[in-house]
Write a protein that binds this ligand. Structure first.
Ligand SMILES: NCc1ccc(-c2ccccc2)nc1
Length: 252
């Protein structure tokens, strides 16, 4: 997968050089290209923003600069991936559609993602409109809070998508085990996890986990996941289709 990121703070993405994403890049599974948005300005101050039409606080990012940057990055990517290739444009914003595990799985199927994290009050809305006419352009939210810019959201999304790519997670771990993966634990939060020692500062590991009885352990884990989901995210339990809960579940 090719990932392009255009930002006025490309150094923000240094974390993508380390750990799981760093290894995925070394192994050629993930091909990340960073771009400095100011390279597409033409004034001495390298201006990327201006006052909002209609007044109001803050500044808005200029469409011309973003347009030249996105066009150039598409051309750059096409030179590498083939003349008719087009990226999926992703703009992080508090007003976007929710970024969920389902969206991460959808993005993990894409050969090329182009992230456009904004600063200030956001990017002139004509940029998404312009590119939405010829490629898939998504405004996406990673949560209901406002950051100082979209860069942190891009880091979150690149990691959530990157770990889904074949070969990134070791054999010991598969995406099928994820909390929100389809299957028995779909739409449930992870339950509690434990490792040695069996007693730590007087806290004992639940006996069932030491029993070696796999059926009971699986049942206990599902019960704990249900209890935690009911307590912390009751709306997720409502999403479970009624067939998703067996008669034992309903007792939890
Ligand atoms: N959903 C999290 C999120 C994503 C982006 C932004 C943001 C803030 C300022 C400027 C541009 C984008 N804030 C929160």
């Amino acid at each position: 997968m090719r990932v392009d990121i255009i930002s006025i703070f490309p150094e923000y993405f240094a974390p993508l050089d380390v750990s799981l994403m760093g290894k995925a890049r070394e192994r050629g599974i993930l091909d990340i290209h960073l771009h400095q948005l100011r390279d597409w300005t033409h004034d001495v101050h390298k201006t990327v923003d201006d006052t909002p039409y209609g007044g109001g606080p803050g500044m808005v990012m200029k469409p011309e600069v973003w347009g030249e940057a996105v066009d150039a990055v598409i051309e750059d990517g096409r030179a590498a991936s083939g003349e008719d290739a087009l990226p999926r444009l992703i703009v992080p914003t508090p007003s976007g559609r929710p970024f969920t595990q389902e969206v991460a799985l959808e993005y993990a199927e894409e050969p090329w993602l182009l992230f456009a994290p904004a600063r200030y009050e956001g990017i002139d809305s004509r940029v998404v409109a312009e590119y939405g006419e010829r490629l898939r352009a998504d405004e996406v939210s990673i949560g209901d809070y406002v950051l100082a810019g979209g860069e942190a959201a891009v880091l979150v999304m690149v990691e959530a998508v990157g770990r889904l790519l074949p070969g990134v997670l070791g054999n010991a771990r598969s995406v099928a085990d994820d909390s929100f993966a389809p299957g028995a634990m779909a739409n449930l939060l992870e339950g509690p996890v434990y490792t040695k020692p069996p007693v730590w500062r007087g806290h004992e590991v639940p006996e069932v986990l030491l029993s070696g009885h796999h059926g009971r352990i699986a049942r206990w884990r599902r019960d704990e996941a249900l209890r935690r989901t009911l307590a912390r995210r009751p709306e997720l339990v409502a999403r479970l289709d009624r067939d998703g809960l067996d008669k034992h579940d309903r007792r939890v």
